[in-house]
Write a protein of this length. Structure first.
Length: 106
């Protein structure tokens, strides 16, 4: 099992809670952290955009990334949401096992 952090940006806290709850309920993530608002600056459709967003970090398994990503897209308001998987290289054995256990029935 390869554990994964999935970094997701959303339009705000309400959308973040909706997506995070669905991921945990479906056991596609063992846990989701919702971070305070962040300011994002990026190119979009030929212009520089500035938005306030809310970040989710989902703890999951690499083999669930496809299903997790599909679920996020189905619930997300953005046309092209940021959904990025980052492998967890190190961690406490107990915590990594907990992620595996909590996502086992996904």
């Amino acid at each position: 099992m390869t554990p994964l952090f999935v970094y997701i940006t959303t339009s705000g806290p309400e959308e973040a809670r909706k997506i995070g709850t669905a991921l945990v309920e479906m056991r596609l993530a063992a846990c989701v952290n919702i971070l305070p608002p962040v300011e994002s600056i990026y190119h979009w459709k030929g212009a520089i955009a500035r938005e306030t967003e809310t970040v989710l970090i989902a703890k999951t398994r690499q083999d669930l990334f496809g299903r997790l990503s599909e679920t996020v897209r189905s619930l997300h308001s953005y046309t092209n949401p940021c959904i990025v998987g980052l492998p967890i290289k190190e961690g406490s054995a107990e915590y990594l096992q907990w992620i595996a256990d909590e996502t086992a029935s996904a």
